[in-house]
Design a protein around this ligand. Sequence first.
Ligand code: IPD
Length: 293
Amino acid sequence: MSQVSEHTSFELLALRELAADAAQQAGERIVQMREGETITSQTKSSAVDMVTNADREAERLIIELIVAARPNDSILGEEGGASVNGSSGVTWVIDPIDGTTNFVYGHLASCVSIAATIEASGSLTEQVAHTPHWRGDESAPLRRTIAAAIFNPFTNEMFTASAGGGSHLNSRRLGMGEDTLLNTALVATGFGYSAERRGEQAAALSRLLPHIRDIRRLGSAAYDLCLLAAGRVDAYYERGIQEWDIAAGVLIASEAGSAIIGSVDGTPAGTNLLVAAHPQLAAAIQQIVSPEL
Ligand code: IPD
């Protein structure tokens, strides 16, 4: 039995508080850098995929805080500043700035996203067993997020969740509405950075658009999942999403009542496809946007 399967609600709340504290401090730092320092950027996977000095600085700060509090945990960070391999069974999955393009251009949808995760297999406490599983790429293990925080320092919104403990925006408990229909659904989505991936995403979007109220493309998957939890969109889906973009958001959305599913061929939620939606909508959206078999 892993150490985490024995975690009590109290310990899950402590993980959530650590995530929130690190997200708050990193968020304050990126605002400070945005306002008072030169932001420099380089490209990553393609000419349109950016990383800035603020992403790297925020990741460094988050790692420092987590390692100081929990030296036996593992850490996976988007910007590669962390390859900490611990023995506790907990892996922190962090995105120091989700919405880097927004950050560079001065749009408000930029968040710090921090998730405490465990491998989905093995013996789990009841509250953890109810969390959705998800995975990064095909070679990555299935994971469950047990505690999470997403902080948007530009709107001062702190979204948090713990397994079985619900999700909150600042101190307000979040929950989804009762009835939702596909033809009146407001659906968030996003696009990756490779031209080939964008072609597939455009095809899925053109199939979905005639069936729904409208689309929102805010530029931060983490924030999209929070807005779903807060009832400001009815669904979010994306193909080709990375694990650090969604690790915290899947728990925040699911603890607010969202379904979290993958594609129609049974591939789990994750890089291949993530559909997060009001339970009355999820299967219909999945049918329309899944990769064509
Ligand atoms: C991106 C954002 C965007 C999503 C992309 C992600 P980044 O993350 O979450 O909304 O559509 O797939 O890569 O690059 O800003 O960290």
